[in-house]
Design a protein around this ligand. Structure first.
Ligand code: BES
Ligand code: MG
Ligand code: ZN
Length: 501
């Protein structure tokens, strides 16, 4: 729970008061305390006089129990380092840190004092709250002992009278919506594949979006997919005992401008590689291979909860990629929905096969102004970019710019990748229109080039999130398991995207 307030006349009544201090403030000999609540100034003076170890370094913390009767039980000093160089990201990290302390102390009324900061604004409140929400997340569905749900702590942002704005409330309410959608994405992506089969996810989508009258859900089953000729998608599913589905969520705002955005998400509930089977080390990570679909579900959840003015359609091909006597084999040729024939050289390059049909179908049926697909598509994108940024490919400069900027703001970072036509050569097949893998090099680019065959001239962006979907190292607030990549990006991009269609 969050609130915003100014310091009340009678002083703060707090179980935990959080004070941010920059390195330069801590260093100053003559400190000006006028920006702090008057009830604690004497205490602060004494603290700085007697305690010299606190330097104010970024994320340094020191907890004290002030004496006297100030109404403040604890003060947590939090270092900011060089305040003028702080970025959104740093405030997320700080939010995460605060919540870690709060969880240990289980304090109820937690005041985050912002009155002494250079600036108190929406972005700061949003990013601190995001960090707090990230820390509050846990995935303990399959644990006998659950994380403490009894933590009744709430946060009150305290601004100075001059900085206070009622808009701050809107800021954290928006963040709460975004983070709810991120939780949804994480909860889905973290599911083990035996609890999240294509059918389970279809059922979830049906149930979840049925709550919203602006949404209609269609689930196309194997029979329907066969009738439509989605043989690339069906080919991938052939080896599995779990049948495939194509889930479609159509969000229509009350007053529609008839402009449409399509979001497509790769939903491979488990990717064993199929007959081109993967090595066993880390294969368990392939339960995350539906993170693209989870990103689309979370993004749509945010969109319906905030009411975009544009129609948004989510399309999720859901399959399990398994080896068996009925599985698709290297060398097999499938005729995709678009009519193009594909020679399947490697059954582990399955994501592009299911996306080929989903993209072509969505493009033809909905005629959208733009398409964005999310996919944990290639290991090669991790070789290129590591696990902090997802690859961004697009046939439209404007779309690429909107998404890149939204990535920088939201923390779902992207990096532009090439789509030059010369890479197409790699995908020429001797017996079919195209083959499903290129040469050894530039695997993320040839995968994107493959997809481009199925979107025609429609403005399209492909986000290869194989690196950022789960287990990202050195970013504390993403923790272990699914990161929930996607909804924050779409939330930040939405206005820009609506201008493009
Ligand atoms: N799901 C994988 C990509 C992946 C790899 C995601 C590692 C997350 C972590 C995808 O289906 C795949 O297997 N791609 C192959 C393509 C290759 C056969 C051309 C790969 O990247 O090795
Ligand atoms: Mg694969
Ligand atoms: Zn895959």
């Amino acid at each position: 729970m969050f609130q915003v307030a100014t310091v009340p006349e009678h002083g703060l009544n707090s179980n935990l008061l959080i004070l941010f201090l920059s390195e330069s403030f801590v260093k100053k000999r003559k400190k000006d305390f006028s920006a702090f609540p008057s009830s604690i100034v004497t205490y602060l003076e004494n603290f700085f006089l007697n305690f010299k170890d606190f330097k104010g370094e970024f994320k340094e913390t020191h907890l004290v129990y002030p004496e006297g009767n100030s109404g403040v039980q604890r003060i947590l000093f939090v270092g900011l380092g060089d305040e003028s160089s702080l970025k959104c990201q740093d405030f997320r990290e700080l939010g995460f840190k605060l919540q870690s302390v709060q969880e240990k102390l289980k304090t109820r009324r937690n005041h985050i004092y912002l009155g002494n900061l250079q600036a108190c604004h929406n972005t700061l409140i949003e990013n601190l709250s995001e960090g707090i929400f990230f820390k509050q997340y846990s995935f303990d569905q399959y644990k006998s002992e659950k994380k403490d749900k009894e933590n009744k702590g709430r946060y009150i942002y305290v601004c100075s009278k001059k900085d206070y704005s009622p808009r701050f409330r809107q800021a954290f309410l928006r963040t709460r919506k975004i983070m709810n959608s991120v939780y949804l994405t994480r909860n889905l992506a973290n599911q083990p594949s035996n609890y999240a089969t294509p059918e389970d996810i279809s059922n979830f989508v049906k149930k979840h979006f049925a709550q919203y009258p602006q949404c209609t859900v269609e689930i196309l089953d194997q029979k329907k997919l066969t009738k439509l000729g989605m043989n690339a998608l069906l080919g991938v599913a052939k080896g599995s005992a779990n049948p495939p589905f194509l889930a479609i969520v159509h969000y229509k705002p009350e007053v529609s401008n008839n402009r449409k955005i399509v979001l497509v998400g790769k939903g491979v509930t488990f990717d064993s590689g199929g007959i081109s089977i993967k090595p066993s080390a880390n294969m368990e990570e392939m339960k995350y291979d539906m993170s693209g679909a989870a990103a689309v579900i979370g993004s749509l959840d945010f969109i319906v909860n905030t009411g975009a003015k544009t129609e948004v359609i989510g399309v999720m091909p859901l399959v399990e990629n398994m080896p068996s006597g009925t599985a698709i084999k290297p060398g097999d040729v499938v005729k995709s929905y678009s009519g193009k024939t594909i020679e399947v050289i490697n059954t582990d390059a399955e994501g592009r096969l299911i996306l080929a049909d989903a993209l072509a179908y969505a493009n033809e049926r909905f005629k959208p102004g733009l398409i964005i697909d999310f996919a944990t598509l290639t290991g090669a994108i991790m070789v290129a970019l590591g696990d902090k940024r997802a690859g961004l490919f697009s046939n439209s400069e404007n779309l690429k710019n909107v998404l890149f900027k939204a990535g920088e703001e939201s923390g779902d970072w992207l990096w532009p990748m090439p789509l030059d036509d010369i890479y197409k050569k790699d995908l020429e097949s001797t017996i079919a229109d195209i083959k499903n893998i290129g040469s050894r090099w530039g695997g993320a680019v040839t995968a994107a080039k493959f997809l481009q065959n199925f979107v025609g001239k429609t403005h399209w962006a492909h986000i290869d999130m194989a690196g950022t979907a789960n287990d990202v190292k050195h970013i504390d607030y993403w923790g272990k398991g699914a990161t929930g990549f996607g909804p924050r990006l779409i939330a930040a991009a939405l206005k820009g995207l609506q201008r493009l269609v």
